[in-house]
Write a protein of this length. Structure first.
Length: 724
């Protein structure tokens, strides 16, 4: 298994236990209170050490000719000699009928053979592929790849070691390292996952807890029942399985030393531990069958046994299928394909597209490499832009003939590039005269007024260690790419890129579909600086047949299908669509002063992604209702207002909470009551708002104004009713 994942190496100790207890007929007491436990520990450690670091780290280093800090071409011959010696020993010990030495030699060769599957990585790295992660094209880089050096090292005992700002902020929630270990690393990052699998999972969002009503804890109870009887019937094999369960569970939770937050759920880290518990579930069902046999006889026992099996099947795997199938099904999942296509088609020919991480990068590479879509675009992934090998590939490679990414840093300085000390300051990017002329010619009179001769922006620090401020490598490179391109290549940020990764250029971005183009024109924010023609064609053109070349228009497959489940990451991508629509609608109001057009844009959003199927965030729903109000579409305004009331009123009725206040829930509900004409409820809510925000500055004036406004609306309503 070392050729698949080194996680499997933990099975060595378990396998040795099985061999020991099969070979030596001793009780657990005899094992623990004798020198056997020391022998077992020594042999187990020796075998584990032979595989790791022996085979996995040292053998490739020998082939590289540099191990233990002693470079020499002779190391490669030593590595080959070790493997050939092991092969000979297999032959020798088989002739001598030496079972244990034969098994040891044969196992060593199998470990080496399993590990040789990594040669496919080496071969691929030398095949000039468009994307070559880590560039393991020679043995030295192959060793770096295998040892996962780019991920750094994790200390074993310092629990809260990260210097990242978001993690430092989270550390404050815990009183000590021990508290952090128990509350987050064990309870949240292991026991919660155990509960997911055998009690029930509370949804598919990251950090969701346990929900008893999913599996009713039945798998857990049956597993504990099986655990009890396993120890009662066969303590030695129970000790083996328990060791396996703990070693691949609690022990790993301690060893991984995970920092909060994690970019994704890590339940897959503990899959072997869950396998171990599944063994006890099977044993629990077996024990139930044995109990039936003891209590009943003949045909009655047989039929009851079948009934127990049927019930166990329905209540454990059957119930798991019931609760997980829809969530796990990939039926109708076109979003990754379509979102990536739409993002690629949001940029011009030969563009440089800066993306955030895995979810908005790998699907783009798939479309380019496999489907042949927009191979002219160079995708620059920020999370990888902190590595030297990736920077060199962007600078020097031309996949499918695409242009190189303009980077001015020499290759010898890219090697081993690190963050640098940096004090925030105003940065400048000159705009050549010919570029200004080109932009002014393309943009008309309004562009002439806004084009600048120098882009000036405040570039903040993105790292801080004590009083020392610094820049990440990715920030250094983003600035260098934009400066070096010198306005000759269009540079875009994907809509998925956060503001803290835009090096302070937010005022010089122009929205194009799902991307934001760096432009020599300043605005208050990107959403007031939209390429209207591009945006209109992207959002209002339905693409049936995708184009491999630049072509405006988006794909919206399966977004109207209520049977398709979109998980948390996919819902995040859907928010990108809605951000584009809503931003365009706000642009129509604020820049064009055209509420009717704004409402039409929101109608189009509802057409391609109905909110009855793909629910809206409350805040966005409230903002949409406000736009329909401005546009005079009372039917839509009342529809959205009623939905807000239906969702928020029951929550507010339970009493004031800080969570509701932070979500602006009280104001949203107030506006919604006004929207559906429930003025009496709006006035009553004002009393709650005054109590809840009694210490807020200006609250009395706000209440007075709202009271007068609502009273006036009530009078208008009464007058209208009387006239009718």
């Amino acid at each position: 298994t070392s050729g698949v994942h080194i996680h499997g190496l933990l099975g060595f100790f378990i396998a040795i236990m099985v061999v020991y207890f099969r070979s030596y007929k001793k009780t657990l007491r005899e094992f623990f209170f004798s020198t056997d436990v020391l022998k077992f520990g020594f042999v187990g450690s020796l075998i584990f050490w032979t595989a790791y670091p022996g085979v996995i780290k040292w053998l490739p280093s020998m082939l590289d000719g540099n191990v233990f800090g002693s470079p020499s071409p002779l190391w490669a011959y030593v590595a080959v000699g070790i493997v050939l010696t092991a092969v000979y020993l297999i032959y020798y010990f088989s002739k001598k009928n030496k079972r244990i030495p034969y098994l040891a030699s044969f196992s060593f060769v199998l470990i080496v053979l399993g590990f040789t599957t990594y040669t496919t990585v080496y071969i691929r790295a030398n095949a000039h592929t468009p994307m070559n992660e880590n560039n393991p094209s020679d043995m030295a880089r192959m060793v770096t790849y295998l040892e996962r050096e780019q991920y750094g090292e994790t200390p074993l005992f310092n629990r809260r070691f990260s210097q990242e700002p978001d993690k430092i902020q989270n550390f404050k929630k815990y009183s000590s390292d021990l508290d952090y270990l128990w509350e987050y690393q064990i309870k949240h990052m292991y026991l919660r996952y155990l509960g997911w699998n055998f009690i029930g999972k509370d949804g598919d969002s990251q950090d969701n807890g346990i929900r008893f009503s999913q599996l009713y804890g039945i798998p857990l109870l049956i597993g504990l029942f099986g655990l009890y009887y396993h120890w009662k019937r066969d303590s030695k094999s129970a000790f083996v399985v328990t060791s396996f369960f703990l070693l691949t569970g609690l022990f790993l939770a301690f060893y991984f030393n995970m920092q909060e937050p994690q970019p994704r759920e890590r339940d897959y880290f503990f899959v072997y531990s869950f396998y171990g518990f599944c063994i006890w579930i099977g044993m629990g069902v077996m024990e139930l069958l044995d109990l039936v046999k003891k209590e009943l006889t003949g045909r009655k026992a047989e039929l009851t046994g079948y009934a127990v099996l049927a019930i166990a099947f329905l209540m454990i795997p059957g119930n798991m299928w019931r609760t997980n199938h829809h969530m796990m099904s990939r039926k109708g999942h076109y979003l990754a394909w379509d979102h990536s296509y739409n993002l690629l088609q949001s940029v011009e020919k030969d563009a440089i597209l800066i993306t955030n991480g895995d979810n908005d990068t790998f699907p783009l590479w798939y479309l380019q490499d496999v489907e042949g879509v927009r191979r002219d675009v160079r995708v620059v992934c920020l999370s990888l832009l902190n590595t030297d090998w990736y920077i060199k590939q962007l600078k020097n490679e031309q996949p499918y003939g695409a242009k190189k990414v303009p980077i001015s840093i020499p290759d010898n300085q890219i090697e081993g590039i690190q963050p640098v000390p940096y004090e925030p300051r105003i940065m400048e990017l000159p705009v050549p005269l010919n570029v200004r002329d080109r932009w002014e010619l393309a943009g008309g009179d309004s562009a002439v007024q806004n084009i600048v001769d120098t882009v000036k922006f405040y570039m903040p620090n993105t790292l801080q260690f004590g009083n020392v401020k610094g820049l990440r490598v990715q920030d250094i490179l983003v600035y260098d790419i934009i400066r070096t391109s010198n306005w000759q290549r269009p540079v875009y940020f994907a809509i998925t890129v956060q503001d803290d990764s835009k090096i302070g250029l937010q005022d010089y971005l122009e929205v194009h579909g799902l991307a934001m183009k760096v432009v020599p024109r300043k605005s208050q924010n990107a959403w007031l600086n939209i390429d209207e023609d591009v945006m209109q064609k992207e959002l209002f053109t339905d693409v049936q047949t995708p184009s491999k070349e630049p072509a405006l228009g988006f794909r919206w497959r399966a977004l109207q299908d209520s049977s398709v489940h979109f998980d948390e990451n996919q819902r995040g991508l859907l928010r990108n669509y809605r951000q584009a629509f809503f931003g365009f609608a706000v642009y129509a109001i604020n820049v064009k002063n055209n509420p009717k057009e704004s409402a039409a844009i929101l109608d189009r959003m509802e057409q391609v992604m109905p909110h009855r199927i793909l629910p809206l965030d409350l805040d966005l729903k409230s903002r949409i209702a406000s736009i329909y109000k401005l546009a005079g579409d009372q039917a839509r305004y009342r529809e959205f207002s009623q939905e807000i009331v239906d969702e928020l009123a029951p929550q507010v009725a339970k009493g004031f909470t800080e969570a509701l206040a932070s979500q602006n829930a009280y104001i949203m509900l107030l506006e919604a009551y006004e929207g559906i004409g429930k003025y009496d409820r709006a006035l009553a809510l004002l009393q709650d708002i005054q109590k809840a925000y009694a210490k807020a500055p200006g609250i009395d004036q706000f209440i007075k104004q709202q009271t007068a406004q609502i009273t006036a609306m009530m009078g208008t309503k009464d007058t209208t009713a009387a006239s009718k």
